[in-house]
Design a protein around this ligand. Structure first.
Ligand code: OFO
Length: 166
């Protein structure tokens, strides 16, 4: 059975993961508005991943006899100054999420909640990938500049995400 402190912290993280999905859906809509369907597609695939993250924690709480309590999500931003700014915000968001995951691991250790600690290890590794993916796009955009062919090429590349499985 899961303890109340860990149950509360994991419920908060379910909200954060759903909040990530909500933020990236807002970014997808922004990229569509900028005529960048590939970046929008990348973000739409990411929305599914984030929902999957929320479900992983949800399933853990349920399997441990805890009670899931869904919390209100903050309204995501609507506009960004440029595609580069949106990607920078995505990278910053992933770093923020990594920080939260690391705090949850510390809490699991304090509480001697070994099942939660094992479940959270998956997220520790996943966050390395999440940060890496968004950082690489930021670096590419910084190198390419935001106008012209480079941007269109990158948009096309990013639009391939998830197409392999279709
Ligand atoms: Fe983007 O990793 Fe979950 O929130």
């Amino acid at each position: 059975m899961i303890g109340k402190t860990m149950e509360k912290a994991l419920n908060e993280q379910i909200r954060e993961e759903l909040g990530s999905a909500y933020l990236y859906l807002a970014m997808a809509a922004y990229f569509h508005s900028q005529g960048l369907p590939g970046m929008a597609r990348w973000m739409e695939v990411q929305v599914q991943e984030e929902f999957g993250h929320a479900l992983r924690i949800y399933n853990h709480v349920v399997e441990r006899g805890g009670r899931v309590k869904l919390e209100a999500l903050p309204e995501p931003k609507f506009e960004w100054a440029s595609p580069l700014e949106a990607w920078r915000a995505a990278y910053d968001h992933e770093r923020y999420i990594s920080g939260r995951i690391h705090k949850l691991v510390e809490l699991a250790r304090q509480e001697r909640d070994y099942p939660a600690e094992v479940m959270l290890q998956w997220f520790v590794s996943e966050q390395v990938e999440e940060e890496d993916q968004t950082r690489r796009v930021v670096e590419m955009l910084e190198r390419l500049g935001e106008s012209g062919r480079g941007l269109l090429w990158l948009d096309k590349e990013l639009g391939k995400r998830g197409k392999e499985e279709e």
